[in-house]
Design a protein around this ligand. Structure first.
Ligand SMILES: [Zn+2]
Length: 456
């Protein structure tokens, strides 16, 4: 009897252990899953039950890229058990699309995107009209905008397009008085912000024939605003030309072209000794002395642009070539000083004839264009003569440089290694202008303008 009972107990224990050991310790909800692209997916959510453990004890191997449709395999590992699950990532939903009705004049080029205020999708998509609309028709029409992703899922929305014949001219803002600095090269019309109901970029033209930008005072000018549908409006505006202090003083602008060079350091020392400021129209030639550009800048001298290459045949071959070179020298200046320059001197000056060998009329194009691009250019009215040769005697340079013919002297020197006599003459020249009561200013965009007449 006792033996029989013992046998039953042993058998029961064996069965219970057996159930325990043969029971699956990791049960998953699904052996294959489909997941929407771009959605949230946590593979642990697929675990149904773990025996003698928690979900955290399961190690999941393999990656699912929710940004890329495809078939992925991940493997769940718990103790010595492992199970693989196929995960299909699919894009089955159309883009999220929000639209708005629109009013446009007949000059607006209408694209389906004009009506879209918001659109997004997990995949790439395109926005289009459901049918090609007749966009030239004046009045209202219903259109259907379709956003379709590359898996063929699409979303459609209705909009109303109202094509209007624009008959209203732009409106001038309330302007009490425009103020501009004496001698400014700023485009005054850029200060007049007109608005149009249908043209996003109405234009303003001003007639400045009654305006003397070089003489302070109050002037009346006429401005014409026009939209692209041909509606114009004229308006009289008052312009005050505000005195520019540099115009009422006697000023000498010492300018050095072609540097930096091995002479720059000595030039800077002389300027420092006299506590005067000058302008360096720099080039990209001399890589070994570029630190002098930084030194000049830090000492308060103006850094202007001359040319990166100074190669006439190249820079004067086309406006594009000129600006590519100008950008290069300005990039260099920015790299050295942290600031781009907006003043320049043309190699040979704006009156050079040599450019005609490479491109007829280029100087008249460039002089206009640099101003439009936000630069001011400076020629000179007094030349030191140091370009006549490499050994121009010091006395000749002094004689040519010192004159009281002008209240505003833009004095041309060259900063290059053979021009030692320029350096030797500088002290006397500065003293001459000091004695005559001239101020020494570095050039800025608003400085007294010295322009030659172009001959090409
Ligand atoms: Zn030069």
């Amino acid at each position: 009897m006792k033996r029989k009972l013992y046998g039953i107990v042993v058998a029961t224990v064996y069965i219970l252990f057996g159930v325990y050991f043969y029971r699956d310790p990791m049960i998953l909800k699904n052996t294959s899953l489909t997941v929407e692209m771009g959605s949230h997916f946590d593979p642990y959510d697929n675990i149904q039950n773990i025996v003698f453990g928690t979900k955290k004890d399961v190690d999941i191997k393999g990656e699912v890229d929710l940004k890329k449709p495809g078939d992925y395999v991940i493997t769940y590992v718990f103790k010595d058990k492992s199970k693989s699950v196929n995960v299909a990532v699919r894009d089955t939903q159309g883009p999220h699309l929000e639209v708005a009705d629109k009013k446009f004049d007949l000059n607006t080029k209408i694209r389906p995107e004009c009506f879209v205020t918001k659109v997004s999708d997990a995949s790439e998509f395109e926005v289009s009209f459901e049918k090609k609309p007749d966009l030239d028709r004046v009045g209202e029409q219903k259109l259907k905008i379709v956003a379709k992703d590359i898996y063929g899922n699409s979303t459609e929305k209705d909009v109303v397009l109202n094509r209007i014949q624009d008959k209203k001219p732009p409106v001038f803002p309330k302007i009490d008085k425009l103020k501009v600095m004496q001698g400014t090269s700023e485009d005054i019309s850029s200060q007049i912000k007109v608005k149009d109901d249908l043209d996003p970029e109405p234009k303003v033209k001003i007639d400045t024939s009654s305006l003397d930008i070089f003489t302070p005072g109050l002037y009346t000018i006429t401005a014409k605003a026009s939209d692209r549908s041909g509606n114009d409006k004229d308006q009289s505006l008052e312009v005050e030309v505000v005195p520019n202090p540099e115009y009422s003083e006697k000023v000498v602008y010492l300018t050095f072209d072609d540097g930096p060079s091995e002479n720059t350091k000595e030039v800077l020392d002389i300027l420092k000794k006299h506590k005067v400021k000058a302008t360096f129209f720099v080039t990209g030639h001399d890589e070994n002395h570029r630190e002098y550009i930084k030194e000049a800048y830090d000492q308060g001298h103006a850094i202007g642009l001359h040319s990166y290459t100074h190669d006439y045949a190249k820079i004067y071959s086309s406006t594009d070539a000129y600006f590519a070179d100008l950008d290069a020298v300005n990039d260099m200046v920015e790299e050295i000083t942290g600031q781009r320059s907006d003043i320049l001197r043309f190699p040979g000056g704006s009156s050079n004839r040599v450019s005609a060998n490479y491109n007829k009329g280029i100087m008249s194009q460039l002089t206009d264009r640099v101003i439009k691009e936000g630069y001011q250019y400076f020629d000179w009215n007094v030349s030191s003569g140091d370009a006549e040769g490499n050994d121009v005697p010091k006395d000749r340079i002094i004689e040519l440089s010192c004159t009281d013919a002008y209240d505003h002297v833009n004095l041309l020197f060259h900063d290059s290694s053979p021009k030692d006599s320029t350096v030797a003459a500088l002290d006397t020249i500065i003293q001459y202008y000091k004695d005559k009561g001239y101020k020494f200013y570095p050039l800025t965009k608003d400085s007294y303008i010295c322009h030659h007449s172009t001959v090409n």
